[in-house]
Design a binder for this molecule. Sequence first.
Ligand code: GRF
Length: 207
Amino acid sequence: MLTRIAVLVSGGGTNLQALIDARARGDLPHGELVLVVSSKEGVYALERAEKAGIPTAVVSRKALGGDQEAFESALTALLEEYGVELIILAGFLSILSGAFTRRYENRILNIHPALIPSFCGKGMYGLKVHEAALACGVKVTGATVHYVNEVPDGGQILLQKAVEVLPGDTPETLQRRVMEQAEWLLLPRAAEQEARRIFEEKEHHHD
Ligand code: GRF
């Protein structure tokens, strides 16, 4: 049985789209995208999932009165209901507690739009990451896929890809290049690597 993957989103969903396109191209043979969960209503990532025929759900901490435990128990119930074996954070902006990440140790991937340990950690997401890179005057940045643990952007690094910073880059032009040349390549590659690892682990258990 293919590895059952849930993708957690909060915004535009371009990384989700990269996973959907990879699956359609046959580049995710060991995984199946079974669920997309958004932390917010009405984000375009949900439309991308619906167009791809993937079941969707919204679990909003705000709607749950800001209660982290209620948020995580609702999320966990959904993941269990769908038999999810691998969780991919793709532009997901909600914090996950140590209790949650330990439950899914080495089963949660995140894509960060910089070369960790640069420009990462609490509050470093979206355009802020690229603003910091430009403010530093780095000539090279990139993206990182890593396991998620209780430290923001702290888990074991799985894949990285470097991207040039060009003269005249704005945070927007740099973000676009990092997405096109790094994020949208690395995330599907990491998803297939991990889906295959989990698939083969399950195979050995049956032997
Ligand atoms: C982007 O900043 C991306 O670098 C990071 O999350 C943000 C939104 O991504 N991973 P997406 O378009 O919602 O996938």
